[in-house]
Ligand binder design. Structure first.
Ligand code: OAD
Length: 235
């Protein structure tokens, strides 16, 4: 890979990296959106219209985290961060906690986290393990019916965008892993890097933005990602 030995790496992951852990992706056959209208469960308007349905949807996904484990791809990215002499920033669109549990630390959850709840009144973000109901009070301001999943919904601004774009501008290597490339701004990250940055897509199928990448590898994340990390650390 054309890459300085201690260059700066930015990684973007999507649902495909967690698929082999048993977390459903969004757009593959049998994907998460199939049983629901996206507007119902992933927009502020959907939450306003039916908060109980939205809380139930994310409660189930939060509960599922207890049944899944990080896989070899998550572990490989944590190892890259630990062993690479340069900077490694991992940006994930995933709201699961599998990167965290695998040991990644320089990690941005740009679409939020299932294991957090946010108060719509005082804006405090609370660690959250159990179920949320319409009557769950905020532990800080104690207002009822004000806690929502700490998830970025359609129409809302993803988190930490200035930090992400700054890292992309200075990146020597950008890799997108397990993402379909249809949801912006993440799908546009490959266009935000400088002209000398090497760009690689690692995905089961060609993404919607595959032509913007200089290199692509097709296959399962648990096979592609450990090999990709081994090659980087061996150079
Ligand atoms: P998608 O479900 O759109 O895409 C998952 C991608 O992973 C597809 O391109 C699959 O081909 C690929 N894939 C599936 N299994 C894989 C495997 N074992 N190894 C490698 N690749 C595999 O998920 P995202 O691109 O993450 O946003 O979706 C982006 C955003 O859309 C999500 O963060 C979510 C959703 O709306 C919010 O909730 C805000």
């Amino acid at each position: 890979m054309p890459m300085p030995p201690s260059g700066s790496i930015v990684l973007l992951t999507g649902a495909g990296i967690s698929a082999e852990s048993g977390v459903r992706t969004f757009r593959d056959a049998g994907g998460l959106w199939e049983g629901h209208r996206l507007e119902e469960v992933a927009t502020p308007e959907g939450f306003a219209a039916n908060p109980g349905l939205v809380q139930t949807f994310y409660n189930a996904r939060r509960a599922q985290l207890k049944e899944v484990q990080p896989n070899a791809a998550h572990a490989a990215l944590a190892r890259l961060e630990a062993e690479w002499p340069g900077r490694v920033l991992l940006v994930t669109q995933n709201v699961d906690d599998l990167h965290d549990r695998a040991g990644s630390r320089n990690l941005i959850h740009m679409h939020g986290e299932l294991r957090k709840a946010r108060c719509t009144n005082c804006q405090t973000i609370h660690p959250w393990e159990g179920a949320l109901t319409e009557a769950t009070p905020c532990p800080r301001c104690e207002r009822k019916a004000r806690l929502r999943p700490h998830i970025v919904w359609f129409g809302e601004m993803p988190l930490e965008m200035p930090r992400i774009f700054e890292a992309l501008e200075g990146a020597d290597l950008f890799a997108a892993i397990g993402t379909s490339g249809v949801v912006y701004p993440a799908a546009g990250f490959v266009e935000a890097v400088g002209p000398t940055c090497h760009t690689v897509e690692l995905n089961l199928e060609p993404s919607a933005v595959i032509s913007a990448f200089k290199e692509h590898r097709q296959g399962k994340a648990t096979e592609l990602v450990p090999a990709f990390v081994d090659a980087l650390l061996a150079q």
